[in-house]
Design a protein around this ligand. Structure first.
Ligand SMILES: Cc1ncc(C[n+]2csc(CCOP(=O)(O)OP(=O)(O)O)c2C)c(N)n1
Length: 701
């Protein structure tokens, strides 16, 4: 549909903006009004859906300026992390925010399926400059060197090592059109820390006032330069002296030295909320034609008092809030996994002086806030630098500390090599606490913490625990920090921790038996039917499946191994005494816990069939946790259906018992209904599934 040009007087402007080109027709007053409308839109909508409110309020004018100066999608605009791309979405034809971050709605980051204006979909920080480097190299080589790549990167993301590796490369090539816009609001979630940040903070104090003075100063120097140079050799000498003084003075204003020493042209600092100033700077950058950095000073949460007043993170990310007061609506009543961890860390730190906490710019989100309040000198915020955090932890262990590295599970992916070679190889006593493990939900594919359990299987000596409830989290964390000669990992899910799940028995090696439902047949030495190995928060799911199986006449034992690495002997022994093992894991099933158990079983000569029930090797689109789990079949009903079919020998992996009706060959899936959980549906033979299970129970092929 053809869009209307934004000319209707008095009408709201935002609905009239269908693409970035529409911005060019607006007057200065209209642009100011549009910025105000965008802020109101963000507050109204994000307060209903939740999302990254503060960062987006801070980039309204910056994003408008980028789209007025550059020609997206011909020029590429890459947002680092992507959480600050809502304004970009609004200006590129995406104004239905009613289901932001919900199933079927707009995503909270970049998304190529949504728009040709989006380039990067990952939400992992500090990668934008590498993308810009790569795109600009490709365009240069393919004769498209007149296209520009604009990368928007926060001062937080600039603390990530990747960003500096990229700057080093971008700077080396003088004729690639890369514009780096540093969105310097002085914060990641909390104020950004580290040497670069300290430097910036010093400058920030009054920089927005100074910027204007600075511009006048530059103009004066520039006009003097013209006059001196035209005065011949003596004037030239004076000019060079002045130029040196100017550069020295500019370094007082701005950290240009950092970048200019590397060979990137520096423009700024610029008031990022002054649209005209931003545009001027970006036009200069565009005209420069080589790698150039525009340093914009902004304020997270700009224009929204509740965000500005929020000391913790200036509404970096919010749930549902009252748009007027900013108060959280419907706050969770049950404690979260994160808060249980946070409390236990304080207790541990009280008991042991060697315990320290490490966070990669997420002290409060990972629960280290209480420990930092109690022992500020024993919690280290290292910036968005998971790789560095991991190797630094190995160093701390060498130096006599026991570090606890607390990060989101998805961000551990960054630090695999450091985990393997620095922590693992050196048998360093470092504990990793992985929050938001498994399916997380609204943040989409790159935020699910679903790779950790598969990734870490290959680290020699590593031990990994997956607590099922708050008590086990405390217990397993204590067991983890007691290990001084190997990496340990404790991983748990997002959100509220459920009710305690008590064990009926703890086996000698620490495995908890959660339930034994149904009887084995009375054939002497007969196995029970199904051993369910429920990993972490899937304990309840395992119990639910077991109850459904027992209703079908299928006996089931549910265990929580507590430590999924190394595989417990008791799990292998129990597997030998069952006909089928079903391993439920909230992680990618290729190479995960189930497949590791299967390998250990095989090495021990146990040939019980094992079904790995976990996440497929796919990038899983956003939705609630329940929606995503439902989509991939991780529901009690579906797992029960599959397990019944397997017990009947009609679906691989089939039970070792030969089904008399099929002569021992499994029926192909779909050739009959494997017996819906609780539905009493019949097998192909006409028997009920429980009758069928009874007839085969206790036999071996
Ligand atoms: C590798 C990685 N670690 C941690 C995070 C979590 N995270 C998301 S945004 C953010 C802060 C980003 O700060 P900055 O780049 O300055 O952007 P701002 O929000 O201030 O605009 C962090 C730590 C992430 N996305 N990626």
């Amino acid at each position: 549909m053809e869009h209307l040009p934004p000319t209707r007087p008095g009408a709201p402007l935002l609905p009239q903006i269908a693409c970035p080109a529409d911005l060019s027709a607006l007057t200065e007053d209209q642009l100011a009004a549009l910025a105000e409308e965008i802020r109101q839109f963000l507050i109204t909508h994000v307060s209903q859906t939740g999302g990254h409110l503060g960062p987006n309020l801070g980039v309204v004018e910056m994003t408008m300026a980028i789209h007025r100066v550059f020609d997206s999608p011909r020029d590429a605009v890459v947002f680092d992390t992507g959480h600050q791309s809502y304004v970009h979405k609004l200006l590129t034809g995406r104004q239905d925010f009613s289901r932001l971050r919900q199933e079927g709605g707009l995503t909270g980051y970049g998304d190529r399926a949504e728009s040709e204006h989006d380039v990067v979909e990952s939400s992992h920080a500090s990668s934008s400059l590498s993308w810009a480097d790569g795109i600009s190299r490709a365009w240069k080589l393919t004769g498209q060197g007149d296209r520009t790549v604009v990368a928007v990167i926060g001062d937080g993301a600039l603390t990530g090592g990747m960003a500096w590796e990229a700057v080093n490369n971008i700077a080396a090539d003088k004729d690639r059109r890369v514009v780096i816009v540093v969105n310097d609001n002085g914060r990641s979630y909390a104020p950004t820390v580290g040497g670069i940040a300290n430097h910036l903070t010093g400058l920030r104090r009054s920089v927005l006032d100074k910027v204007r003075t600075h511009r006048r100063y530059e103009q004066t120097l520039d006009s003097m330069k013209g006059r001196l140079k035209s005065a011949g050799a003596p004037g030239d000498v004076v000019y060079r002296g002045l130029h040196a003084a100017k550069k020295g003075l500019k370094d007082l204003w701005a950290p240009q030295g950092l970048f200019e020493d590397l060979g990137v042209k520096y423009i700024g600092p610029v008031d990022g909320h002054d649209l005209q100033e931003m545009e001027d700077a970006l036009r200069d950058a565009n005209a420069y034609g080589g790698p150039v950095l525009v340093h914009a000073m902004t304020e997270k949460g700009h224009g929204y008092a509740p965000a500005l007043a929020h000391m913790d993170d200036q509404f970096h990310a919010v749930g549902q809030i009252d748009p007027v007061t900013g108060e959280a609506l419907g706050a969770a009543s049950a404690p979260s996994w994160t808060s249980v961890f946070g409390e236990e860390m304080v207790a541990l730190a009280e008991e042991r002086k060697d315990i320290v906490g490490i966070t990669a710019a997420m002290q409060n989100p990972v629960g280290l806030g209480p420990m930092a309040a109690r022992f500020p000198e024993r919690v280290f915020d290292v910036g968005i630098a998971e790789q560095h955090a991991t190797t630094s932890a190995a160093g701390m262990a060498f130096g006599g500390l026991h570090p606890v590295v607390a990060i989101y599970a998805t961000f551990l992916n960054r630090a695999y090599d450091q985990m393997l070679m620095d922590v693992g190889l050196h048998r360093a006593g470092v504990t990793f606490v992985l929050d938001r493990a498994g399916v997380t939900g609204p943040d989409g594919p790159s935020h699910h913490g679903m790779w950790d359990m598969a990734l870490l299987q290959s680290v020699p000596g590593l031990r990994m625990a997956a607590p099922r409830d708050a008590d086990r989290l405390r217990e397993e964390l204590r067991e983890a920090v007691a290990v001084e000669d190997a990496p340990t990992v404790v991983r748990f899910a997002k959100g509220s921790v459920g009710e305690p799940v008590e064990a009926v028995e703890r086996l000698a090696d620490g495995t908890d038996v959660l339930a034994r439902l149904g009887e084995a047949s009375d054939v002497p030495g007969a196995e029970r039917d199904v051993l369910i190995v429920a990993v972490g928060s899937f304990a309840e799911l395992g119990l639910d499946v077991a109850r459904r199986l027992s209703q079908q006449g299928i006996s089931a034992t549910v265990v929580d191994p507590r430590w999924v690495l190394p595989v417990a002997d008791s799990v292998v022994e129990l597997a030998a005494a069952h006909r089928i093992v079903v391993c439920l894991e909230d992680g990618v099933k290729a190479g995960g816990v189930g497949s590791r158990i299967r390998q250990v079983m095989r090495a021990a000569g146990v040939d019980t069939a094992l079904n790995e029930v976990g996440l497929p090797v796919e990038f899983l689109a956003q939705g609630t946790r329940a929606q995503v789990l439902g989509r991939v079949g991780l529901t009690a009903q579906q797992i029960t259906r599959d397990t019944v079919a397997q017990v009947l020998g009609s679906k691989v992996p089939y039970a070792r018992s030969a089904d008399p009706c099929t002569g021992g060959l499994p029926l192909l899936e779909g050739s009959h209904d494997g017996g819906a959980a609780g539905s009493g549906s019949t097998a192909a033979s006409g028997r009920t599934s429980s009758q069928a299970a009874d007839s085969t129970r206790g036999k071996k092929a």
